[in-house]
Design a protein around this ligand. Structure first.
Ligand code: NAD
Length: 321
Protein backbone atom coordinates (compact mmCIF):
# COMPACT_ATOMS: atom_id res chain seq x y z
CA UNK A 1 0.00 0.00 0.00
CA UNK A 2 1.20 3.49 -0.85
CA UNK A 3 0.97 6.61 1.32
CA UNK A 4 1.21 10.09 -0.15
CA UNK A 5 1.29 12.61 2.72
CA UNK A 6 -0.46 15.96 2.52
CA UNK A 7 2.88 17.83 2.54
CA UNK A 8 3.86 16.27 -0.83
CA UNK A 9 0.70 17.17 -2.75
CA UNK A 10 1.65 20.76 -3.62
CA UNK A 11 4.68 19.60 -5.59
CA UNK A 12 2.80 16.79 -7.33
CA UNK A 13 -0.56 18.17 -8.45
CA UNK A 14 -0.95 21.05 -10.88
CA UNK A 15 -4.10 23.02 -11.68
CA UNK A 16 -3.92 21.69 -15.25
CA UNK A 17 -3.71 18.05 -14.12
CA UNK A 18 -6.65 18.55 -11.71
CA UNK A 19 -8.68 20.17 -14.48
CA UNK A 20 -8.03 17.26 -16.87
CA UNK A 21 -8.84 14.63 -14.24
CA UNK A 22 -12.11 16.33 -13.27
CA UNK A 23 -13.22 17.01 -16.85
CA UNK A 24 -12.60 13.34 -17.74
CA UNK A 25 -14.44 11.96 -14.73
CA UNK A 26 -17.47 14.26 -15.28
CA UNK A 27 -17.60 12.91 -18.84
CA UNK A 28 -17.30 9.31 -17.56
CA UNK A 29 -20.16 9.93 -15.09
CA UNK A 30 -22.42 11.20 -17.87
CA UNK A 31 -21.64 8.20 -20.08
CA UNK A 32 -22.33 5.91 -17.06
CA UNK A 33 -18.77 4.55 -17.00
CA UNK A 34 -18.38 5.91 -13.48
CA UNK A 35 -20.76 6.29 -10.61
CA UNK A 36 -20.80 7.88 -7.17
CA UNK A 37 -22.05 6.13 -4.07
CA UNK A 38 -24.61 7.87 -1.86
CA UNK A 39 -23.00 10.50 0.33
CA UNK A 40 -22.83 10.07 4.10
CA UNK A 41 -22.53 13.36 5.97
CA UNK A 42 -23.15 13.67 9.69
CA UNK A 43 -23.04 16.39 12.31
CA UNK A 44 -21.01 14.42 14.86
CA UNK A 45 -21.91 16.60 17.86
CA UNK A 46 -18.27 17.43 18.58
CA UNK A 47 -16.45 20.66 17.63
CA UNK A 48 -19.53 21.53 15.48
CA UNK A 49 -17.94 19.26 12.86
CA UNK A 50 -19.59 17.80 9.78
CA UNK A 51 -17.96 14.49 8.87
CA UNK A 52 -18.69 12.02 6.11
CA UNK A 53 -17.73 9.84 3.18
CA UNK A 54 -17.88 10.36 -0.56
CA UNK A 55 -17.02 7.34 -2.67
CA UNK A 56 -17.42 5.86 -6.09
CA UNK A 57 -16.14 3.58 -8.81
CA UNK A 58 -14.78 4.62 -12.19
CA UNK A 59 -14.96 1.55 -14.40
CA UNK A 60 -13.11 3.29 -17.21
CA UNK A 61 -10.22 4.52 -15.04
CA UNK A 62 -10.47 1.50 -12.67
CA UNK A 63 -10.49 3.81 -9.66
CA UNK A 64 -12.33 2.63 -6.56
CA UNK A 65 -12.39 4.30 -3.17
CA UNK A 66 -13.63 7.07 -0.96
CA UNK A 67 -12.77 10.35 0.64
CA UNK A 68 -13.35 10.56 4.38
CA UNK A 69 -13.42 13.94 6.02
CA UNK A 70 -15.41 17.09 6.48
CA UNK A 71 -15.55 20.54 7.95
CA UNK A 72 -14.29 21.59 11.38
CA UNK A 73 -15.34 25.25 11.65
CA UNK A 74 -13.08 26.13 14.61
CA UNK A 75 -9.83 24.66 13.30
CA UNK A 76 -8.36 27.88 11.98
CA UNK A 77 -9.03 30.05 15.02
CA UNK A 78 -8.22 27.35 17.62
CA UNK A 79 -5.35 25.47 16.03
CA UNK A 80 -4.16 27.28 12.90
CA UNK A 81 -5.32 24.30 10.82
CA UNK A 82 -7.63 24.71 7.80
CA UNK A 83 -11.30 24.00 8.46
CA UNK A 84 -11.58 21.27 5.81
CA UNK A 85 -9.82 18.03 6.67
CA UNK A 86 -9.92 14.95 4.48
CA UNK A 87 -8.07 11.84 3.38
CA UNK A 88 -8.58 9.78 0.22
CA UNK A 89 -8.40 5.97 0.31
CA UNK A 90 -8.01 4.01 -2.93
CA UNK A 91 -8.68 0.28 -3.29
CA UNK A 92 -7.67 -2.27 -5.92
CA UNK A 93 -10.93 -2.94 -7.83
CA UNK A 94 -9.72 -6.47 -8.72
CA UNK A 95 -9.09 -7.60 -5.14
CA UNK A 96 -10.59 -5.02 -2.76
CA UNK A 97 -7.19 -4.59 -1.11
CA UNK A 98 -6.23 -1.11 0.13
CA UNK A 99 -4.01 0.50 -2.48
CA UNK A 100 -3.26 4.02 -1.30
CA UNK A 101 -3.90 6.65 1.35
CA UNK A 102 -3.54 10.21 0.12
CA UNK A 103 -3.74 13.59 1.88
CA UNK A 104 -6.99 15.13 0.64
CA UNK A 105 -6.93 18.76 1.82
CA UNK A 106 -5.13 20.49 -1.04
CA UNK A 107 -6.60 17.98 -3.48
CA UNK A 108 -10.12 18.99 -2.37
CA UNK A 109 -9.40 22.65 -3.06
CA UNK A 110 -7.82 21.85 -6.43
CA UNK A 111 -10.58 19.49 -7.57
CA UNK A 112 -13.32 21.89 -6.42
CA UNK A 113 -11.68 24.77 -8.26
CA UNK A 114 -11.26 22.50 -11.28
CA UNK A 115 -15.00 21.71 -11.24
CA UNK A 116 -16.09 25.34 -11.51
CA UNK A 117 -13.36 25.93 -14.09
CA UNK A 118 -14.65 23.04 -16.20
CA UNK A 119 -18.13 24.59 -15.95
CA UNK A 120 -16.77 27.98 -17.05
CA UNK A 121 -14.94 26.38 -19.98
CA UNK A 122 -18.06 24.64 -21.23
CA UNK A 123 -20.86 27.08 -20.25
CA UNK A 124 -19.61 30.66 -19.91
CA UNK A 125 -19.69 33.03 -22.84
CA UNK A 126 -16.38 33.14 -24.71
CA UNK A 127 -16.31 36.96 -24.38
CA UNK A 128 -16.72 37.00 -20.56
CA UNK A 129 -14.72 39.92 -19.13
CA UNK A 130 -15.85 40.47 -15.54
CA UNK A 131 -15.80 37.75 -12.89
CA UNK A 132 -17.70 38.19 -9.64
CA UNK A 133 -16.67 36.37 -6.47
CA UNK A 134 -18.99 35.72 -3.54
CA UNK A 135 -16.86 34.31 -0.74
CA UNK A 136 -13.31 34.98 0.33
CA UNK A 137 -12.36 31.99 2.46
CA UNK A 138 -9.95 29.13 1.88
CA UNK A 139 -11.67 27.68 -1.21
CA UNK A 140 -12.39 31.06 -2.79
CA UNK A 141 -8.72 31.76 -3.49
CA UNK A 142 -8.34 28.44 -5.35
CA UNK A 143 -11.59 29.05 -7.24
CA UNK A 144 -10.51 32.46 -8.48
CA UNK A 145 -6.97 31.39 -9.38
CA UNK A 146 -8.28 28.55 -11.57
CA UNK A 147 -11.19 30.53 -13.08
CA UNK A 148 -8.94 33.37 -14.23
CA UNK A 149 -7.24 30.86 -16.56
CA UNK A 150 -10.48 30.07 -18.41
CA UNK A 151 -11.30 33.43 -20.05
CA UNK A 152 -9.56 36.76 -20.72
CA UNK A 153 -11.00 38.39 -17.61
CA UNK A 154 -10.32 42.12 -17.29
CA UNK A 155 -11.79 42.71 -13.84
CA UNK A 156 -12.65 40.86 -10.62
CA UNK A 157 -15.45 42.15 -8.42
CA UNK A 158 -15.96 40.61 -5.00
CA UNK A 159 -18.41 40.54 -2.11
CA UNK A 160 -18.10 38.66 1.15
CA UNK A 161 -20.31 38.37 4.23
CA UNK A 162 -17.16 39.09 6.24
CA UNK A 163 -15.67 42.02 4.29
CA UNK A 164 -12.40 41.85 6.22
CA UNK A 165 -11.62 38.61 4.35
CA UNK A 166 -11.80 40.21 0.89
CA UNK A 167 -8.02 40.88 0.74
CA UNK A 168 -7.63 37.06 0.36
CA UNK A 169 -9.16 37.16 -3.12
CA UNK A 170 -7.85 40.62 -3.97
CA UNK A 171 -4.34 39.15 -3.57
CA UNK A 172 -5.11 36.39 -6.10
CA UNK A 173 -6.48 38.92 -8.62
CA UNK A 174 -3.48 41.21 -8.15
CA UNK A 175 -1.04 38.32 -8.61
CA UNK A 176 -2.80 37.46 -11.87
CA UNK A 177 -2.56 41.12 -12.98
CA UNK A 178 -6.34 41.65 -12.95
CA UNK A 179 -7.85 44.69 -11.14
CA UNK A 180 -10.07 43.97 -8.15
CA UNK A 181 -12.99 45.96 -6.72
CA UNK A 182 -15.05 45.21 -3.60
CA UNK A 183 -18.74 45.70 -4.42
CA UNK A 184 -22.23 45.42 -2.96
CA UNK A 185 -24.22 42.37 -4.06
CA UNK A 186 -26.47 44.22 -6.56
CA UNK A 187 -23.32 45.13 -8.51
CA UNK A 188 -22.91 41.43 -9.37
CA UNK A 189 -25.13 42.45 -12.29
CA UNK A 190 -21.88 43.64 -13.94
CA UNK A 191 -20.36 40.15 -13.90
CA UNK A 192 -20.33 37.72 -16.83
CA UNK A 193 -19.24 34.85 -14.59
CA UNK A 194 -20.05 34.57 -10.87
CA UNK A 195 -18.61 32.02 -8.46
CA UNK A 196 -20.17 31.62 -5.03
CA UNK A 197 -18.19 29.63 -2.48
CA UNK A 198 -19.39 30.28 1.06
CA UNK A 199 -20.71 28.23 3.95
CA UNK A 200 -23.96 30.24 4.03
CA UNK A 201 -27.36 28.88 5.06
CA UNK A 202 -29.31 31.76 3.49
CA UNK A 203 -29.12 33.19 -0.02
CA UNK A 204 -26.80 36.10 -0.76
CA UNK A 205 -27.09 36.32 -4.55
CA UNK A 206 -30.62 37.17 -5.70
CA UNK A 207 -32.04 36.48 -9.15
CA UNK A 208 -32.10 40.25 -9.83
CA UNK A 209 -28.34 40.45 -9.23
CA UNK A 210 -27.61 38.32 -12.31
CA UNK A 211 -27.70 39.73 -15.83
CA UNK A 212 -28.62 37.79 -18.98
CA UNK A 213 -25.77 35.74 -20.45
CA UNK A 214 -24.05 35.18 -17.10
CA UNK A 215 -22.64 31.87 -15.97
CA UNK A 216 -23.00 31.24 -12.23
CA UNK A 217 -21.02 28.51 -10.46
CA UNK A 218 -22.53 27.73 -7.05
CA UNK A 219 -19.80 25.83 -5.24
CA UNK A 220 -20.45 26.24 -1.51
CA UNK A 221 -23.71 24.33 -1.03
CA UNK A 222 -22.90 20.70 -0.33
CA UNK A 223 -25.15 19.89 2.63
CA UNK A 224 -28.86 19.92 3.46
CA UNK A 225 -29.86 23.44 4.51
CA UNK A 226 -26.98 25.37 2.98
CA UNK A 227 -27.94 27.99 0.39
CA UNK A 228 -26.03 30.67 -1.50
CA UNK A 229 -28.43 31.90 -4.19
CA UNK A 230 -32.12 32.70 -4.33
CA UNK A 231 -34.16 29.69 -5.51
CA UNK A 232 -35.78 31.94 -8.16
CA UNK A 233 -32.39 32.15 -9.91
CA UNK A 234 -32.61 28.45 -10.73
CA UNK A 235 -35.88 29.14 -12.53
CA UNK A 236 -34.28 31.89 -14.62
CA UNK A 237 -31.21 29.78 -15.38
CA UNK A 238 -30.45 26.55 -17.20
CA UNK A 239 -29.16 24.36 -14.39
CA UNK A 240 -26.23 21.97 -14.72
CA UNK A 241 -24.52 19.91 -12.06
CA UNK A 242 -21.84 17.35 -11.39
CA UNK A 243 -24.31 14.74 -10.05
CA UNK A 244 -28.09 15.20 -10.28
CA UNK A 245 -28.86 13.07 -7.19
CA UNK A 246 -26.60 15.30 -5.08
CA UNK A 247 -27.75 18.56 -6.66
CA UNK A 248 -31.39 17.96 -5.77
CA UNK A 249 -30.69 16.67 -2.26
CA UNK A 250 -27.61 18.48 -0.88
CA UNK A 251 -26.83 21.06 -3.58
CA UNK A 252 -28.24 24.45 -4.43
CA UNK A 253 -31.13 22.85 -6.35
CA UNK A 254 -32.52 21.32 -3.11
CA UNK A 255 -34.30 24.64 -2.42
CA UNK A 256 -35.84 25.25 -5.86
CA UNK A 257 -36.90 21.58 -5.95
CA UNK A 258 -38.28 21.74 -2.39
CA UNK A 259 -40.32 24.81 -3.24
CA UNK A 260 -41.66 23.14 -6.40
CA UNK A 261 -40.06 25.79 -8.64
CA UNK A 262 -38.13 23.30 -10.78
CA UNK A 263 -38.08 19.53 -11.13
CA UNK A 264 -35.30 16.96 -11.28
CA UNK A 265 -35.63 16.87 -15.07
CA UNK A 266 -34.57 20.53 -15.21
CA UNK A 267 -31.11 19.67 -13.88
CA UNK A 268 -28.60 18.43 -16.48
CA UNK A 269 -25.19 16.83 -16.04
CA UNK A 270 -22.21 18.97 -17.00
CA UNK A 271 -20.58 15.76 -18.23
CA UNK A 272 -23.23 15.50 -20.96
CA UNK A 273 -22.12 18.90 -22.26
CA UNK A 274 -18.49 17.71 -22.19
CA UNK A 275 -19.52 14.55 -24.08
CA UNK A 276 -21.52 16.56 -26.60
CA UNK A 277 -24.80 14.81 -25.77
CA UNK A 278 -26.23 18.05 -24.31
CA UNK A 279 -25.91 21.33 -26.23
CA UNK A 280 -25.00 23.36 -23.11
CA UNK A 281 -25.22 27.11 -23.69
CA UNK A 282 -27.54 27.71 -26.63
CA UNK A 283 -27.78 31.52 -26.67
CA UNK A 284 -25.68 34.49 -25.57
CA UNK A 285 -28.55 35.74 -23.36
CA UNK A 286 -29.07 32.49 -21.49
CA UNK A 287 -28.11 32.32 -17.81
CA UNK A 288 -26.32 29.07 -17.02
CA UNK A 289 -25.85 27.82 -13.47
CA UNK A 290 -23.52 25.06 -12.34
CA UNK A 291 -24.51 23.46 -9.04
CA UNK A 292 -21.16 22.01 -7.98
CA UNK A 293 -21.86 19.71 -5.05
CA UNK A 294 -18.52 17.89 -5.06
CA UNK A 295 -18.46 14.19 -5.90
CA UNK A 296 -16.30 11.37 -4.60
CA UNK A 297 -15.16 10.50 -8.12
CA UNK A 298 -13.49 13.91 -8.41
CA UNK A 299 -11.43 13.10 -5.33
CA UNK A 300 -10.56 9.64 -6.55
CA UNK A 301 -9.54 10.94 -9.97
CA UNK A 302 -7.10 13.53 -8.62
CA UNK A 303 -5.82 11.16 -5.91
CA UNK A 304 -5.13 8.39 -8.44
CA UNK A 305 -3.19 10.85 -10.60
CA UNK A 306 -1.16 11.93 -7.55
CA UNK A 307 -0.35 8.33 -6.55
CA UNK A 308 0.96 7.55 -10.05
CA UNK A 309 3.13 10.69 -10.01
CA UNK A 310 4.36 10.07 -6.47
CA UNK A 311 5.40 6.48 -7.32
CA UNK A 312 7.10 7.70 -10.51
CA UNK A 313 9.04 10.37 -8.59
CA UNK A 314 9.95 8.02 -5.72
CA UNK A 315 8.03 10.14 -3.19
CA UNK A 316 5.25 7.68 -2.31
CA UNK A 317 5.85 5.77 0.94
CA UNK A 318 5.31 2.01 0.57
CA UNK A 319 3.99 0.15 3.63
CA UNK A 320 3.37 -3.54 4.14
CA UNK A 321 -0.33 -3.61 5.01
P1 NAD B 1 -13.98 29.01 4.94
O1 NAD B 1 -14.40 28.77 6.33
O2 NAD B 1 -12.54 29.22 4.64
O3 NAD B 1 -14.77 30.29 4.35
C1 NAD B 1 -16.16 30.41 4.53
C2 NAD B 1 -16.72 31.48 3.60
O4 NAD B 1 -18.14 31.56 3.82
C3 NAD B 1 -16.18 32.87 3.85
O5 NAD B 1 -16.19 33.59 2.65
C4 NAD B 1 -17.20 33.44 4.85
O6 NAD B 1 -17.20 34.86 4.88
C5 NAD B 1 -18.46 32.90 4.23
N1 NAD B 1 -19.57 32.86 5.18
C6 NAD B 1 -19.56 32.37 6.45
N2 NAD B 1 -20.77 32.52 7.01
C7 NAD B 1 -21.56 33.14 6.09
C8 NAD B 1 -22.90 33.57 6.07
N3 NAD B 1 -23.70 33.41 7.13
N4 NAD B 1 -23.38 34.15 4.94
C9 NAD B 1 -22.60 34.32 3.85
N5 NAD B 1 -21.30 33.92 3.81
C10 NAD B 1 -20.80 33.35 4.92
O7 NAD B 1 -14.58 27.81 4.11
P2 NAD B 1 -14.10 27.24 2.71
O8 NAD B 1 -13.11 26.17 2.93
O9 NAD B 1 -13.74 28.35 1.81
O10 NAD B 1 -15.46 26.53 2.20
C11 NAD B 1 -16.54 27.29 1.74
C12 NAD B 1 -17.71 26.38 1.44
O11 NAD B 1 -17.40 25.54 0.34
C13 NAD B 1 -18.15 25.45 2.56
O12 NAD B 1 -19.55 25.50 2.66
C14 NAD B 1 -17.71 24.09 2.10
O13 NAD B 1 -18.48 23.06 2.63
C15 NAD B 1 -17.88 24.23 0.61
N6 NAD B 1 -17.11 23.29 -0.22
C16 NAD B 1 -17.71 22.75 -1.29
C17 NAD B 1 -17.01 21.87 -2.10
C18 NAD B 1 -17.66 21.31 -3.32
O14 NAD B 1 -17.11 20.39 -3.92
N7 NAD B 1 -18.74 21.83 -3.77
C19 NAD B 1 -15.70 21.51 -1.79
C20 NAD B 1 -15.09 22.11 -0.69
C21 NAD B 1 -15.81 23.01 0.09
Amino acid sequence: MWIVPEREIADLMTRDAAFDAVEKVFAAMASKDAYNFPVVREAIGHEDALYGFKGGFDQAGLTLGLKAGGYWPHNLEKRGEINHQSTVFLFDPDTGKAKAMVGGNLLTALRTAAASSVSIKHLARADAKVIGMIGAGHQATFQLRAALEQRSFEKVIGWNFHPEMLPNIEKVATEAGVPFEAVDLPRMIEANVIISITSAFAPSLLADHVSPGTHVACMGTDTIGKQEVEAALLVKADVFTDEVAQSISIGEAQHAIGQGLISEGDVAQLGAVINGTHPGRSSPEQITLFDGTGVGLQDLAVAAAVVDLAIEKGIAIEVDF
